[in-house]
Design a binder for this molecule. Sequence first.
Ligand code: FEO
Length: 396
Amino acid sequence: MHQVKLAEDIYFLGYNDRRTNLFENIWPIPHGISYNSYLIVDEKITLIDTVERAFIDDYLDNIEAIIGDRPIDYLVINHMEPDHSGALKSIIQKYPEITLVGNKKTFGFVESYYFTPEKVLEVYDNHVLELGKHKLQFQMIPMVHWPETMVTFEETNKIAFTGDAFGSYGTLDGGIFDDEINLDFYEIEVMRYFTNIVGKYCPHTQRAIKKLAPLDIKMIAATHGPIWRSDLDWVLTRYNKWSSYDLDRGVVIVYGSMYGNTQKMAEIIARQLAVQGIKNIRVYDASKTHSSYIINDIFKYKGFIVGSPSYNNALFPNVETLLSTIEHMAPKNHYLGIFGNFSWSGGGVKNLKVFAEKIKWEMVYEPIEEKGALKANKQEELINMANAMADKLFEK
Ligand code: FEO
């Protein structure tokens, strides 16, 4: 095996998943994902997180290739979610003397998913664990992405093992460190991982960024995606921007449409926004584009305009799915416009209004609803809505 080291005695054990179509059985990963674990070989041998269960055999073989028949002393569980604890039972079976290292929340999850662990070490903020030459310090970062999530900071080389935080979709296709990769490829993968998985927990992410700031981190080793060692600002700046809802001037327009009438309304709004000088306009058909991509753009742009026909006196189902994802993620600081269409009775716009009340984004214009084909007076209204949105976006 070609061994990859982050520093003296610190090994990368990462595995590429190009088979899974949907991460968490929800989010499309056309470019796959990696599961990264790390091994520190010192007087005490320590694993940091494990990997998804599909890779257990290679994982155990690769550990043995590095440490031979020495036992592993500690398994640090930064995050208990099964994509990182998938090999936990196998590790304990092979290394029964191992001590699980986690915080007061961690072991409850171990118990509920696997069994009651026998040998545990409960750590807390600033707790230091001596391994020999290396020392590990722990910092709790709850809800990035589960309640038990924590960061393990290796003090000698100043490496932060951050779990999901600063991770990415996309496999590691040869390049593992940020300076080995053209990061253009990861631009959307890092953001989509953030918005899909961690995006609900922006305030927690902000707290984590502030908490880690004093640590003088030289390398960020997450459990997915590249290891950041050359340009940490690349990922830190982006995480800070996204988690503080620092949005760009632009509009995401999403519609559902069966016969094209609601789509026509969306096209008129989009065109008028462009006439008004808005350069970032993304128009999506909710039946075609997965909410993973749409929510990602909602985390980029301040304007959001959504249109739905009535469908069985309710929202168009694919619009409804997207809106429920948005309500769940609850991003802040947006301007909103709503419009729709009906044939015999309402239901689309009526339920868009319910969404507007729940999400509490500022409405830039009154809801617009057309019956059947688009008429001139409603076209004028749509232009007015686009103008109102553009005015808001150009406000200082
Ligand atoms: Fe990669 Fe929240 O697990």
